[in-house]
Ligand binder design. Sequence first.
Ligand code: NAD
Length: 431
Amino acid sequence: MRISIIGSGYVGSVTAACFAALGHEVICIDIDEKKVSQINDGYPPVWEEGLEDLMQKHVGKNLIATSDYEYAVQNTDISFICVGTPSGNDGGIDLSIVGAASKSLGSAIASKSGYHVVVVKSTVVPGTTEDVVLPLIEEYSGRIAGEGFGVAMNPEFLREGRAVDDFMNPDKIVVGAIDERSGALVSELYRDVDCEITYTNPKTAEMIKYTNNSLLATKISFANEIGNICKKLGIDTYEVMNAVGKDFRLSPNFLNSGAGFGGSCFPKDVRALIGKAKEMDYYPSLLESVMEVNELQPLQMVELLQEKIPDLSGKTISVLGLAFKGNTDDIRESRSIPVIKKLLELGAEVKTYDPLASENMENVFDTITYCESSVESLRDADACLIMTEWDEFRDLDEAFSLMKGNLVIDGRHLIDPEALSTEIEYVGICW
Ligand code: NAD
């Protein structure tokens, strides 16, 4: 089939490359000309395992990029909206980018002959596809939904860092369509993917995505709260959760305590659901608490640091890890941001290293030192905070000995304290 993908960020570029790998003809649309030319040169605009290989293989054959909506819509039968849906000033969802993309798409559909299907893949609050996107497409195309064009909602559940694999081997595909014709066309795209499709309406599809992310975020904040209590009791929370996770009604995944969750999805999506619930006059106290625990959690790292070094003024702190999790260059809502902010407020000097995310973080902090390696970051530091679960941080014993001080605070349960040389004072955030 012929598909256009609107927005070439994490979701858009992975969706485009994977649909191309599944044999479809794909056109990416982005308003960012830099991303368009990067893709046309065969390089993905974001880092994802396996994505560059796919782009190198398919760009110029069945995958191209453009900023021209008319060209893309004329030459495809189905368009996926994959643009960002950031938090608004009130914490609710900001749908202005989805609105702008819908208007451009509607105008392009107006000058096309033949049926076109519009699919929302961006994460949007329940009701958005039918109450925001659909009316804008009708207005700008001059057509009637269900007659001149089809509409569906197909949420994305990929995990950054493993996005290509998740797209090709999903555990669920959800298609919420306004009619059978739209739903059938969307599911046809996935015919070679080995996964059962859940068919529903757009509003339910939207809610499935929010519920999924809110439950995962809740598990993490729950594990962190239990972890904080365990820490005070001198209990290893990982031992507790390993046993708890064996309960057949639970799963052991996402029960790992640490410095909290970040990324472009969990914080934003939980906030958006909170905002939507409040709009309906419902106060979601559990979800509010999930966010509150997550805001406080990274600061536990600094509190533990100050228990050992009360005055941080003039001290050099090595922060290892800037990405919100391992295997990505994404720093959105990374828990290292509030930690670095706090360290700077307290007068510390920050030396940091991340294998992929330093360049992105330079836009957030321009007064900290970005090192080329863990060794460089650790050299002469008074203490080290581990903020991201990069594999290469697991085995730093010798590098730790280059520090001036000997304190290592682990926010991700990465280090095996038994394997460390005795001079290192190891502290786990929740264990
Ligand atoms: P992103 O910010 O990385 O990418 C969005 C892209 O859209 C950018 O390249 C931007 O230039 C482009 N864009 C903006 N306005 C446009 C317009 N009018 N026309 C065409 N392109 C335009 O965002 P992302 O992380 O890929 O997320 C996209 C959506 O998918 C969000 O709703 C997000 O919540 C959801 N989602 C993200 C993930 C994830 O892991 N990142 C996972 C599942 C769902």
